[in-house]
Design a protein around this ligand. Structure first.
Ligand code: ARG
Length: 272
């Protein structure tokens, strides 16, 4: 039994190293150029937070999160290195110190706080139901007997499990990547999905056959930067985030990446 567990643990770590690329470069080490590097781990399936820009044949991870990470790294005197993993593998990777921090539109929940530390919240988001237009799936109460998609390991997966305690016969489809979930809705292999407003706005713009409706959520929302437990960097990062909030830099980046700028602090700021 014990051996089996050891073996499983070993397998998990091995597959993690494959997923996030075992570059051998320890985090925050001295790079060959002599400058110090910080390693960001992200799940680039989440436009506009983090995604692959394929324009001009390039394959580069870009987005709101990446811009913030670059800004913070520069302020703190580091070079930024970006690595990727499935969303579900981000926290396990931090737990084995495979990266210095994670930015992936990640919500700081109490559950996650048991395993990682979080910065202050840098952006707000709300859950929405996305479905093909005219499907009458604007409310979670209408999910009875329906196939509903969520991202594996996301808060949306947890929210859907809670909904299914009240609404009968929901078939939960937990998928790895958000664009896949959107594809499944379009192909009618699922009836609806739960995706954050900040992300679904872009997808519905590109896919006019889709519509979304905001659902009230009781749990925490918004995004924060995650760190290995006990990381000394949390305070430094918070300072730079604070500076970005007061200088208007964060707002400028939000306006650049999001169709509508949402308040960067948990309390709604007055509309300008
Ligand atoms: N905010 C949600 C969460 O923390 C969803 C984040 C999904 N992020 C991603 N890169 N796919 O669970």
């Amino acid at each position: 039994m014990k051996r089996r567990r050891l073996l499983l643990g070993g397998l998990l770590i091995a597959s993690l190293m494959i997923t996030i690329g075992c570059g051998g470069n320890q985090s925050a080490n001295q790079s060959t150029s002599g400058s110090k590097t910080l390693t960001l781990l992200t799940s680039p399936d989440y436009p506009p937070y983090g995604f692959y820009d394929t324009a001009g044949g390039a394959r580069k991870i870009v987005g709101f999160d990446i811009d913030i990470a670059n800004y913070v790294a520069k302020e703190l005197g580091y070079e930024l290195k970006v690595q990727e993993s499935d969303f579900n593998g981000l926290i396990p990777a931090l737990q084995v110190n495979r990266a210095d921090f994670v930015m992936a539109g990640m919500t700081p929940t109490d559950e996650r706080k048991k395993n990682v530390d979080f910065s202050t919240i840098y952006f707000q988001a709300k859950n929405t139901i996305v479905a093909l237009k005219g499907n009458n799936l604007a409310k979670a109460e209408n999910f009875a007997g329906k196939r509903v998609g969520v991202q594996l390991g996301s808060i949306q997966e947890g929210d859907l499990k809670k909904i299914s305690e009240k609404v009968q016969g929901i078939q939960i489809k937990a998928l790895n990547r958000v664009p896949e979930i959107i594809q499944e809705v379009k192909a009618k292999r699922i009836d609806a999905a739960i995706v954050e407003d900040t992300v679904i706005q872009g997808f519905t713009k590109a896919n006019p056959d889709l519509e979304y409706n905001v659902i009230p959520s009781e749990g925490p929302s918004g995004s924060a930067i995650a760190f290995p437990k006990g990381s000394a960097r949390v305070a430094e990062f918070n300072q730079v985030l604070e500076k970005m909030k007061t200088s208007g830099e964060l707002d400028r980046l939000a306006k650049q990446w999001f169709a509508t700028s949402a308040p960067a602090s948990p309390s709604p700021s007055p509309t300008k």
